[in-house]
Design a protein around this ligand. Structure first.
Ligand code: GLU
Length: 394
């Protein structure tokens, strides 16, 4: 008898991973699908990072690490936070996890009670609401659109706050819109949050280094918010280390202690070899990965130029991450080649089936008008994908 828990039954599957799996399946069946669904750099991990992992294997790093990470890795993370973000964290405030996703899950599990409200400025990363649901909290979505460059305003923020609000999750540079909150914008939102001392702030900065011009600002750098901001980061995106699975947080000590306790019961310490490699990734100059950022920047300009030639694609010009998030609502209600498109999910499915291009519906990110297209793909694939989309729609 198959009787799963209500917990898992109420959990949606990850739309990003589901779309990637679907594309993989079609490919295995001999269909030439171009995968623009997953946010994953198509570069290899840089040699100097790989070398440190190889050294770690040869140095016999094979035992359990401390649950919250090796001491010298936590030192390196403190150095990084100071160097890049002007944030002072002590090693006791750091917890290293199996990816930023686990860092976020730890945090939600230790902070949220059933019925607590979590504010999600939309578009938000697909797993935020699912993780909040797992923690039995309620997601409260604050919408935004292309007109505001997918950013929420202080007025919207204040209107969404209730006595039950416990946490707000920011993600800048943003997945899926690529938008970046400026220091001034964060300070204006911070002014509202200062009035509500019981609200915690999760600042997901995983795309920090994939930035094409707007200076990165960490909301924890606002002294009034430092104590209740949890800064999340990791090495996946900037260092092309998605599969290595290393994320981390900087937080008030009582929060990091609780996350450490949670992790101690669920996974223990993160992979020891990946932790050693992360020390190198974080301590070497950031300029060493600029070649990837430059390439992403070039591809961003290319994909925007190509997509904007397709009728009905409305886009912002993102300054970070490696996604575009076009509004495709122009096509809703239309029938193309016998297929009626009523919403963003239909549109993404249409692109997969008729153009063999995998994207992700905006509905998974709390926006029903858009689809997410990752341009972490080769120039040739980007060109071919847009060509196919254009052909399928005409
Ligand atoms: N964060 C990436 C994305 O949004 C990886 C997939 C995932 O973990 O959801 O595509």
């Amino acid at each position: 008898m198959e009787e799963l828990s209500e917990r898992i039954n109420s959990l949606p599957v990850s739309a990003t991973l589901a779309m990637a799996a679907k594309a993989r399946e079609l490919k295995n069946n001999g269909i030439d699908v171009i995968g623009l669904s997953l946010g994953e750099p198509d570069f290899n991990t840089p040699e100097y990072i790989k070398d440190s992992a190889i050294k770690a294997v040869n140095d016999n790093y094979n035992s359990y690490s401390p649950v919250d990470g090796y001491a010298d890795l936590k030192d390196a993370i403190c150095t990084k936070f100071k160097r890049d973000n002007n944030l002072n964290y002590k090693p006791s405030q750091i917890v290293v996890s199996t990816g930023a996703k686990q860092s976020i899950a730890n945090l939600c599990m230790v902070l949220l009670n059933p019925g607590d409200e979590v504010l999600l400025p939309a578009p938000y990363w697909v797993s935020y609401s699912a993780i909040a649901t797992l923690a039995e909290a309620k997601s409260v979505i604050i919408p935004s659109s292309i007109e505001t460059d997918f950013k929420i305003t202080p007025k919207q923020l204040e209107a969404a706050i209730t006595p039950k609000t416990k946490l707000i999750m920011f993600n800048s540079p943003n997945n899926p819109s690529g938008t970046i909150y400026t220091e001034a914008e964060y300070r204006a939102l911070g002014k509202i949050l200062e009035k509500y001392p019981d609200i915690f702030i999760l600042s997901d900065e995983i795309y920090e280094h994939i930035n094409y011009g707007t200076p990165h600002f960490s909301i924890a750098a606002i002294p009034e918010l430092y104590d209740r901001t949890i800064t999340v980061n990791g090495v996946a995106k900037a260092f092309a280390m998605t599969g290595w699975r290393i994320g981390y947080i900087g937080a008030a000590e009582w929060i990091s202690k609780a996350c450490n306790k949670m992790q101690g019961q669920i996974t223990s310490g993160a992979n020891c070899i990946a932790q050693r490699a992360t020390i190198t990734a974080l301590l070497e100059p950031v300029s060493k990965i600029q070649y990837m950022v430059d390439e992403f920047s070039h591809r961003k300009n290319l994909i925007i130029e190509l997509l904007s030639q397709i009728k009905g694609f409305k886009m912002n010009r993102p300054d970070g991450a490696f996604y575009v998030f076009p509004d495709v609502s122009f096509y809703f209600g239309k029938t193309i080649g016998g297929t009626t498109i009523n919403n963003a999910s239909d549109f993404a499915l249409f692109l997969l089936e008729k153009a063999h291009v995998a994207t992700v519906t905006g509905e998974a990110f709390g926006n029903e008008d858009c689809i997410r297209i990752s341009y972490a793909a080769s120039e040739a694939n980007i060109k071919e994908a847009v060509e196919r989309i254009s052909r399928a729609l005409s």
